[in-house]
Design a binder for this molecule. Structure first.
Ligand SMILES: NC(=O)c1ccc[n+]([C@@H]2O[C@H](COP(=O)([O-])OP(=O)(O)OC[C@H]3O[C@@H](n4cnc5c(N)ncnc54)[C@H](O)[C@@H]3O)[C@@H](O)[C@H]2O)c1
Ligand SMILES: O=C(O)C[C@H](O)C(=O)O
Length: 327
């Protein structure tokens, strides 16, 4: 029997938490032979803690053979203690009349505190995925608040955008999702993101040549992927949850178990590649192996792409400037 992996999940009683925890406990994230201990964090409010208790009762009722233990708490230092993986899902949602700037500042407080707690008590090699919005900037704040941990271990979720783009491309080209490789989503998890299939292949041929529709790319595909989150909210009255949980599982599974040479998109701190300033948490193409990711470098960037990559960068720089005084 393998040693259990400690997985911390914040916002555990929320929508995404409910779609995520049962799949982690069943082995879909870390493997069907890997026991896990779930360390779940919720707000110190009666309602949130009661809901968390209910989720834990249901986890118990599943009798998952791989679930080696559970902790439910309102204290980040308890939730992150010795954590090997931390999924930071809980965040302050935008309230009525709240400006984007206010949302950033409210979340900055949460992610500063959680970054510090990770710094103090988590495994020295903890792998952190930030899902809570604004995900890239929240991940940046947590990274900056955890100076003793490797900065490269702080990542933001662009995988939902990557998966959304894959499905739209498969529909357009009449191919299977599984046959598409070398897709990228550059930048911020926001409508400014740039899904880029210039290098994508399907059965080793160019997907761009197969689609051959620049107008569809610029006026249909890019805006559709960028605004998909809003379209789900409009349709469901709630933001995406099952697909977000699925993307979080894909992100962590590939990071820890490897992408088998496939390109995947992760929000990672830039090393200065592609003209993205160092440390900016930006969606980049990577391959993963043995618990490490490697950025795909030196891809040619044309004018159309440069303009979009710079636009999403400008938004991230603005977000970063808005919280700079707190870091
Ligand atoms: N990156 C992505 O692709 C992506 C996709 C979908 C949703 N999201 C974001 O994920 C977040 C969670 O979404 P949801 O639908 O599960 O929301 P939700 O409101 O249903 O659940 C969030 C939970 O987090 C808890 N929470 C809030 N602050 C917390 C804190 N400081 N510590 C611990 N728990 C805390 C809340 O009590 C709540 O139970 C939101 O910010 C949402 O915008 C991101
Ligand atoms: O919660 C949102 O604003 C949307 C979410 O980030 C999504 O992409 O579905």
């Amino acid at each position: 029997m393998k040693k259990p992996v400690r997985v911390a999940v914040t916002g555990a009683a929320g929508q995404i938490g409910y779609a995520l925890l049962f799949r982690i406990a069943s082995g879909e994230m870390l493997g069907k032979d890997q026991p896990v201990i779930l360390q779940m964090l919720e707000l110190p409010l009666d309602k949130a803690q009661a809901a968390l208790k209910g989720v834990m009762m249901e986890l118990e009722d599943c009798a998952f053979p791989l679930l080696a233990g559970m902790v439910g708490t309102d204290d980040p230092r308890v939730a992150f203690k010795d954590a090997d993986v931390a999924l930071l899902v809980g965040a302050r949602p935008r309230g009525p009349g709240m400006e984007r700037k206010d949302l950033l500042l409210e979340n900055a407080k949460i992610f500063t505190e959680q970054g510090k707690a990770l710094n103090d008590v988590a495994s020295r090699n903890v792998k952190v995925l930030v899902v809570g919005n604004p995900a890239n900037t929240n991940a940046y704040i947590a990274m900056k608040s955890a100076p003793d941990l490797p900065a490269k271990n702080f990542t933001a979720m662009l995988r939902l955008d990557h998966n959304r783009a894959l499905s739209q491309l498969a529909i357009k080209a009449g191919v299977q999702v599984a046959d598409i490789d070398r897709l990228i989503v550059w930048g911020n998890h926001s409508p400014t993101m740039y899904p880029d299939y210039r290098f994508a292949t399907v059965a080793n041929a160019s997907l761009k040549d197969k689609i051959n529709d620049a107008d569809w790319n610029a006026n249909d595909f890019i805006p559709k992927v960028g605004k998909r989150g809003a379209a789900i909210i409009e349709a469901r009255g709630l933001s995406s949850a099952a697909s977000a949980a699925n993307a979080a599982i894909d992100h962590v599974r590939d990071w820890l178990l490897g992408s088998n040479g496939k390109w995947v998109t992760m929000g990672i701190p830039s090393d200065g590649s592609y003209g993205i300033p160092k440390d900016v948490l930006y969606g980049f193409p990577v391959t993963t192996q043995g618990g490490e990711y490697t950025m795909i470098r030196d891809l040619p960037i044309d004018d159309f792409s440069r303009e979009r990559m710079d636009k999403t960068l400008a938004e991230l720089e603005e977000e970063r400037a808005g919280v700079a005084h707190l870091l």
